[in-house]
Design a protein around this ligand. Structure first.
Ligand SMILES: Nc1ncnc2c1ncn2[C@@H]1O[C@H](COP(=O)(O)OP(=O)(O)OP(=O)(O)O)[C@@H](O)[C@H]1O
Length: 268
């Protein structure tokens, strides 16, 4: 379903130095450095999998999600998702995927949530009957009844996140990319989001790629882990294998094992 082969992506970043002299000099001759965000990344994902994509800050997780969702074009490599190359066939491709960036919103800030949903229905060209049944199901399962007519700017983070997840599923995508969907949520909201992710995976067969720093999300959801550090893929396997290979003792938490792994690979 998803094949990522030998993807690399660098960003050109302007060098910044302090001081007025340097600032004036930079007006005439700007210097750049290259940040290698992804280095030769390859993996494949089967339909119906929930894959946890983990790694420390700046490892390259969001860049990978952006490449897979067609937002960024890689410098090298190929990616085939449901037969599409994400950055080439964008219009047709996005009908098959849902994307949630925990730190950004796809909802219109000043209008009631349901108006954003209606706009997304038009953008994705969703059939009315399919749209109505999805709104009903998502309203029930994500408990949106009391907030769906509220403008997004008046929602709490947890309420907004439930709406974001609903928004990403209005067009019944087969694949869902979740980039830190539980960031900043309280314990109740985290559990609700986790339960929902698990339900749509089990009941609707949605394939899920989840990036998170919360190892409880990973333990609760991910059957498989991809570990990335400094732009390179370092581990691909199940949580159990990771535990049996890397745990120092049976009382070590998954969080401790992951921290130890980050240190071992020198990626923090
Ligand atoms: N638009 C950009 N311009 C320049 N550099 C970028 C850009 N986007 C990402 N980077 C750099 O690429 C590297 C990988 O960033 P990325 O956002 O993919 O990391 P991440 O694993 O998602 O991190 P985090 O856990 O902190 O969200 C970092 O060094 C980052 O500074």
């Amino acid at each position: 379903m998803i094949t990522v082969s030998r993807i690399s992506k660098s960003f050109k970043v302007a060098k910044r130095t302090s001081g007025v002299r340097s600032a004036v000099k930079a007006l005439f001759r700007r210097e750049y450095t290259e940040v290698a965000a992804l280095k030769d990344i390859s993996f494949s994902i089967k339909p119906g999998e929930i894959v946890g994509y983990i790694g420390p800050n700046g490892a390259g997780k969001s860049t990978t999600i952006k490449v897979m969702s067609g937002i960024l074009v890689p410098d090298e490599g190929a990616c085939s998702i449901m037969g599409y190359t994400p950055w080439l066939d964008r219009v047709a491709y996005v009908k098959n995927i849902g994307v949630v960036f925990g730190q950004r919103s796809q909802l219109w800030w000043d209008v009631p949530v349901i108006d954003s949903f209606d706009l997304l229905r038009d953008i994705y060209d969703v059939r009315e009957s399919e749209y109505q049944s999805n709104v009903k199901l998502l309203t029930e399962t994500l408990d949106l009844k009391d907030i769906i007519h509220t403008p997004v700017r008046q929602l709490s983070l947890g309420q907004r996140m439930r709406c974001e997840i609903a928004a990403s599923l209005l067009h019944s995508p087969s694949i869902l990319f979740l980039d830190e969907p539980t960031i900043g949520l309280d314990a109740i909201s985290k559990l609700a989001v986790r339960k929902f992710i698990s339900t749509i995976n089990k009941e609707k067969g949605v394939t899920i790629i989840l990036t998170t720093h919360d190892m409880n999300d990973i333990e609760a959801l991910a059957q498989r882990i991809l570990l990335i550090g400094k732009g390179s893929l370092l581990y691909d396997g199940s949580l159990n294998t990771l535990r049996s290979q890397f745990a120092l003792n049976s009382s070590q938490s998954i969080e401790e094992i992951i921290v130890q792994l980050y240190k071992e690979y020198q990626i923090t």
